[in-house]
Design a protein around this ligand. Structure first.
Ligand code: NAD
Ligand code: TYD
Length: 356
C-alpha cells in the first residue's frame, strides 16, 4: 500500500480517486482536515476498504511512526501543505509549521522506517515530495520557462515555505540516501478545487452574481495544468522516477489571469446563461496582491523525455470539464462555502474593489 498525506485536499483527493479507479493497491490517507480538507471529495470511497482515512497532523511524529509501522507502505506521497498564497500573506505561521516542520517530520519518520527495511523493500521505497513551480520565483515576459536547474527564488511566504521543504527533501537524499523524488508542478485546475483559488472562485462568484476579482492589471501569467494530468505525472514518477531527481510538471499552457476569467465567463454564458447578460460584466479589477509574481512557465521536457508523460488535456477541454463539474455539483460547492469561507472572502475582498 501507499501512504498519502493531504488526501482530502484538491490534488490529493483527485489523486486518490484516480488511483483507486485504476488499481487495487490500498491508500492510507493522513489528513488534518483543515479548512481545505473536505471529506465530501472522498464520499464515493468512504466505505471502500482500500481507503483508510486517518485524521492527524503531519507534524505529529509519533502518529506517523505508528502509521508506518502498522501499514508498512511501499511509498509516501506527501501532498499535505498550506497552499494558498493570499493566506500566507495574511498569516505565514501555519505555512512554516505545516510545510517546513511537517515535511521535516515526514522525512525523519520515513528515514527511520526505511532504514529498518530489508533488501527489495528498501530498494523499492520512495518518498515523493509534491511541490510547486512557485519556488523558482517570477519570470519576465521573454525569459525561458523554468527547468529543474533554475535556482530557487521564492517571493511569497507560501513559496518560501515550499522551497525550504524542497531543500529538506534534497538534503535527506544526499545525506541519508533516503530515496526521495520531488515534482514541481504549475497551477492546477479541475474538480474539487476549493473556491479560494482563481478558477473555482470565478465560477462560484459568477453563478452567485458576485464580482469576479482580478488582481492588478490582470496580465500576470500562470501555466495551467488539468489536475488529472498532474495525477498521471505523479504515478509516472512513482513508477519510474529516479531517486534524488526533480521533475517539473506543466501544461505548456501560459495564460493571463484576465484571459482565464474571460474564458470561464464565456463558457458559463454558453452552458448556464445569466438573465443579466454576459458574466464578463462582473469582472472587477482589484488591488494587487503584494509581491505578486508576474509570470510562471514550466519546461516539462525532462519528465516527457525520461518518463514518457505529457498532458492529455488541452486548456479548452480541461476548462470545459471543470466548469461542467462545478455546474453539476452545487451541493459540494454550497457545503464548502461555510462560515469560515465567508470570513476569508470578506477579509480578502471586502471593500477592495476598484473601478475598472
Ligand atoms: P489543498 O490546500 O487543497 O489541500 C491541502 C490538504 O492538506 C488539505 O486536505 C488539508 O486538510 C491538508 N493539511 C493541511 N495541513 C495539514 C497538516 N498539518 N497535517 C495534515 N494534513 C494537512 O492543496 P492542493 O492544492 O491540493 O495542493 C496539494 C499539494 O500540491 C501542496 O503541497 C501544494 O503545495 C502542491 N501544489 C499545488 C498546486 C495547485 O495549483 N493547487 C500546484 C503545484 C503544487
Ligand atoms: P491562485 O489561484 O491563488 O494561484 P497562485 O497564486 O498560486 O498562482 O492565483 C492564480 C492567479 O490569479 C494569480 O496570479 C493571482 C490571481 N488571482 C486574481 O487575480 N484574483 C483572485 O481573486 C485570486 C484568488 C487570484
Amino acid at each position: 500500500m501507499i501512504l498519502v498525506t493531504g488526501g482530502a485536499g484538491f490534488i490529493g483527493g483527485n489523486f486518490i480517486l484516480d488511483w483507486l479507479a485504476g488499481c487495487n493497491e490500498p491508500v492510507i490517507d493522513l489528513d488534518a482536515l483543515t479548512y481545505a480538507g473536505n471529506l465530501e471529495t472522498l464520499a464515493d470511497i468512504a466505505d471502500d476498504p482500500r481507503h483508510v482515512l486517518v485524521q492527524g497532523d503531519v507534524c505529529d511524529r509519533d502518529l506517523i511512526a505508528g502509521l508506518l509501522e502498522k501499514y508498512r507502505p511501499r511509498a509516501i506521497v506527501h501532498f499535505a501543505a498550506e497552499s494558498h498564497v493570499d493566506r500566507s500573506i495574511h498569516g505565514p505561521g501555519e505555512f512554516i509549521r505545516t510545510n517546513i516542520e511537517g515535511t521535516f517530520v515526514m522525512l525523519e519518520a520515513a528515514r527511520a522506517y526505511w532504514n529498518a527495511l530489508g533488501g527489495v523493500e528498501k530498494a523499492a521505497f520512495r518518498f515523493h515530495h509534491i511541490s510547486t513551480d512557485e519556488v523558482y520565483g517570477s519570470l519576465t515576459a521573454d525569459e525561458a520557462p523554468f527547468t529543474e536547474e533554475n535556482p530557487h527564488r521564492p517571493n511569497s511566504p507560501y513559496a518560501a515555505s515550499k522551497a525550504a521543504s524542497d531543500h529538506l527533501a534534497r538534503a535527506w537524499f544526499h545525506t541519508y540516501e533516503l530515496p526521495v523524488v520531488v515534482t514541481n508542478c504549475s497551477n492546477n485546475y479541475g474538480p474539487y478545487q476549493f473556491p479560494e483559488k482563481l478558477i473555482p472562485l470565478t465560477i462560484v462568484n459568477a453563478l452567485a452574481g458576485q464580482p469576479l476579482p482580478v488582481y492588478g492589471d490582470g496580465k500576470n501569467v500562470r501555466d495551467w495544468l488539468y489536475v488529472g494530468d498532474h495525477c498521471r505525472a505523479i504515478r509516472a514518477v512513482l513508477e519510474g522516477g529516479r531517486p534524488g531527481e526533480i521533475y517539473n510538471v506543466g501544461g505548456h499552457c501560459e495564460k493571463t489571469n484576465v484571459d482565464i476569467v474571460r474564458t470561464v465567463c464565456a463558457l458559463l454564458d454558453d452552458m448556464w446563461p445569466s438573465e443579466g447578460g454576459s458574466y464578463a460584466r462582473l469582472i472587477s479589477f482589484v488591488t494587487d496582491r503584494p509581491g505578486h509574481d508576474r509570470r510562471y512557465a514550466i519546461d516539462a521536457s525532462k519528465i516527457e523525455r525520461e518518463l514518457g508523460w505529457k498532458p492529455e488535456e488541452t486548456f479548452e477541454t480541461g476548462i470545459r470539464k471543470t466548469v461542467q463539474w462545478y455546474l453539476a455539483h452545487p451541493k459540494w460547492v454550497a457545503n464548502v462555502q461555510s462560515g469560515a469561507y465567508r470570513e476569508w472572502i470578506d477579509r480578502q475582498y471586502g471593500g477592495a474593489e476598484t473601478a475598472q
